[in-house]
Design a protein around this ligand. Structure first.
Ligand code: HEC
Ligand code: HEC
Length: 397
């Protein structure tokens, strides 16, 4: 960059200065992400819930986390992974994507946004929630966050990047730094999975992985790719394994979530209660955002309510939901199966019924047990950090 003519890009910053500022924000965000002193308990960092080893989701299989000043306030949902969220589109109620769906007049419905219900649009908006949420980092106010920041070893960096030292300016820098860190490619979207190597012609899928990919894409079998897209798009962006659509899957209720002790409480996703702008919008009840499946094999809990703790069980749910519901849902006193027990009856027309769902109890499942194993084998190729077998290791010299 040295010697390049200084070009004004924005706010009077030269291009080189803008890059330097972005780098400084990212480095600062990384420090804050791992800093428990930013929470009221002084014991909870972003990384306590979003652990790097698990694709930035929790390192253990507890369905929800506890936060608050004394770490006794339960969360309501499983913690999502943070890898590959940087290209999440802003939330919209009406998504028209002619290129992928073949017909630009088709309204694909609510799509995008951060969190399981899409209620935050940008990392900096999202970062306010955990910092201030009473059951997460539980700071009483932005000023409380700033007070911790002023006492942190990186206080000088925050001030230097803020262009002011009032609370509002410092807090803006805090959330901008966290957002910048979440957009760091090497950390959050490296595209170093075996599947990426395979797309680049640098790795071969095993037989099971190759069969799994086929089943994942086959519209009559797994049909997974209809939502978890697996193709490079027209702009050349590698597949994100999500179309960001909001869908009702009818997951079993998770009794381990404290809020579910109240039989009248339902987490209905897009229509509330955590999201409030679509309260009473019956068509939206039970809908949650389709997550990326990159690094999914690193997760310890699956789906918005963390009801499954193994990837195989998560895949089997799709296959058996309608044909063997007794595998997942509890029985009522009369012995009948309480299918879709986490979605009140009046919202059940919202449930997705496309393959691999559909059919009635006793029908043949869309995938065999061996095919479920193949899909799981394929999903494991989506973990970043793939090391190709060392060339020449087995060959004679
Ligand atoms: C106590 C656990 C906990 C802590 C601490 C925490 N988070 Fe989260 N995070 C969650 C949960 C739970 C969700 C999902 C919330 C929802 O969908 O309603 C989430 C969602 C997110 C999302 C949206 C991801 C997506 O796929 O849409 C981002 C981004 C995020 N957190 C970043 C952060 C940052 C940055 C911090 C630190 C400032 C942080 N989190 C601290 C539990 C936590
Ligand atoms: C109709 C759209 C759709 C189809 C088809 C679909 N999924 Fe999903 N998938 C979703 C949505 C939506 C969620 C999140 C739902 C929730 O948590 O309530 C999800 C979540 C998941 C999760 C949990 C991820 C996490 O971060 O917790 C896995 C694993 C998964 N899907 C795998 C698959 C596989 C394998 C297939 C094919 C057999 C498939 N999906 C087919 C929409 C779909």
């Amino acid at each position: 960059m040295a010697g390049a003519p200084a070009m004004a890009v924005s706010g009077g910053l030269s291009r080189a200065d803008a890059y330097a500022r972005a780098d400084a924000l990212t480095a600062l965000g990384r420090k804050m992400f791992f800093d428990p002193s930013l929470s009221a308990s002084h014991a909870l960092a972003c990384a306590s819930c979003h652990a790097p080893s698990a694709g930035f989701s929790p390192a253990d299989a507890a369905p929800i986390r506890f936060g608050g000043p004394h770490l006794d306030q339960p969360g309501g949902r499983a913690v999502p992974s943070l890898t590959y969220i940087e290209v999440t589109p802003a939330f919209t109620e009406h998504e028209f994507d002619g290129e992928e769906e073949g017909d630009p007049s088709v309204d694909n419905g609510p799509t995008g946004g951060l969190d399981w219900d899409g209620r935050a649009d940008r990392g900096r908006d999202q970062a306010r929630f955990p910092l201030l949420a009473p059951n997460e980092m539980a700071n009483a106010s932005p000023a409380a966050v700033v007070a911790s920041v002023r006492a942190a070893p990186y206080a000088g960096e925050v001030r230097a990047l803020s262009g002011g030292s009032d609370d509002a300016a410092l807090f803006r820098t805090v959330v901008a730094a966290l957002e910048a860190f979440e957009q760091d490619p090497a950390t959050f979207y490296p595209y170093t999975s075996k599947f990426d190597a395979y797309l680049a012609g640098k790795a071969t899928l095993s037989n099971a992985e190759a069969r799994g990919l086929k089943l994942f894409e086959d519209e009559d079998k797994g049909n997974c790719a209809s939502c978890h897209r697996s193709q490079v798009d027209a702009t050349g962006t590698p597949p994100q394994f999500t179309d960001y659509g909001m869908i009702a899957l009818g997951l079993p209720r998770n009794p381990a979530i404290p809020a579910n002790k109240d039989p009248n409480f339902y987490d209905l996703g897009l229509c509330g209660p955590y999201r409030t702008d679509f309260a009473g919008e019956a068509d939206y009840c039970g809908l949650f955002k389709t997550p990326s499946l990159r690094n999914v094999a690193r997760r310890k809990t699956f789906f918005h309510n963390g009801v499954f703790t193994s990837l195989r069980d998560a895949v089997a749910f799709y296959v058996y939901r309608d044909v063997q519901p007794e595998r997942f849902y509890p029985r009522r006193a009369d012995g009948s199966v309480a299918i879709y027990d986490d979605l009140p009856e009046r919202y059940r027309q919202n449930l997705n019924q496309d393959p691999p769902f559909g059919g009635k109890p006793g029908d043949r499942p869309a995938l065999t047990e061996a095919e479920i194993d193949d899909v799981v084998a394929f999903l494991k190729t989506l973990d970043d950090g793939y090391q190709p077998p060392h060339a020449g290791v087995s060959s004679s010299r």
